[in-house]
Design a protein around this ligand. Sequence first.
Ligand SMILES: [Zn+2]
Length: 381
Amino acid sequence: MLNRICGVILLIVPCFVYGQKSRCLVQQEQPINNAYKHGHGSTRLENEVLTINVVVHVVYSTDEQNIPDEQIHSQINALNRDYRRLNTDASLTLEVFKSVAADAGILFKLASSDPLGYSTNGITRTFTDKPFFEGDNSLFFDSLGGKNVWDTRRYLNIYVTNLADSFYGFGTFPGTDSLVDGVAIDYKAFGTQGNLAEEYSQGRTATHEIGHWLGLTHLWGDGQSCDVDDGLSDTPLQEAPSAGCDLGKTSCGTLDMVQNFMDLSDDSCMNLFTKGQALLMHENLKKFRSDVITSSIVLSSKNIDKQMVKIHFAGNEIVINSSQLIYAYKIVNLTGLVFVDKKRVGRKTINIPLSNDISGSMLLIHIEGQHGYTVSKLIIP
Ligand SMILES: [Zn+2]
């Protein structure tokens, strides 16, 4: 079925209909070409973590749909859990797939400045008189009852709203028209708290839809046959989507990876991305969405878990979050110019405002904890 709305042709692809509301009904345009679909040529550096600048647009017609900030924060936490493989159910990944399971090295941070540079909590709220949204573009436009996107080159736009009865989410692929580029999640499948549908209560509809936004297709390649694939060698061939949590399901002669975030199993069943998926997402972020990310790489560390120190750039400040107390930190650029040098800090979160324009620069950040240190490289977009 082809719809033409606002000058954009949408290809409507039913994921699968089980007679109930499906996780992901619509994918808009698949402009992926084979050059970057197959993950040739690694551009992912060891220990590199990419942080995505996020805005959440709540578009509501009832009080219940106007979900609280805490529910939105629970979704960001769920994304940071799943995309760093810090999910506690990672231990449940079937033994046969453990060797390909990956820390995708991606984090999400609500924006701290809006497109005009004003301070924000990264959340917008818009009342609409539309009772629900179909999988068309109206959600992306003020004039059609939705909310205009924030500059899609600089923000991942996540919409939370009441979606039509047949689906819980959709996501656009890299290369989508910049006016309609983002993901949409039903308010009953967003976050890990609140009034949520039981099978979609762990925030993994967003994990899945953002996977599309980062260029991942469904495991079964949307072909409903063993001749069509997702193009990645470390996800097994799969004929059709899964439902529920059928861990023993086979198709195409091998065990299906029903725990993968890009299948359609229940939230409680999903727990992994693969190395191939992680590499492809990093490639796509750098090629197509480079302005939404901050890159940080741990160069060396001693006695501090490198996953537990998170560094990113948020508009006009550098933010450091650590699981241990930070005792001292120092930021220098590659010519040795010292930006900041603080001792006796004693905090876990540090916000460092920057007065100079440092766009396009590379900084070294040395952080000292009680028992050790890390040195990281931060690349400012
Ligand atoms: Zn999907």
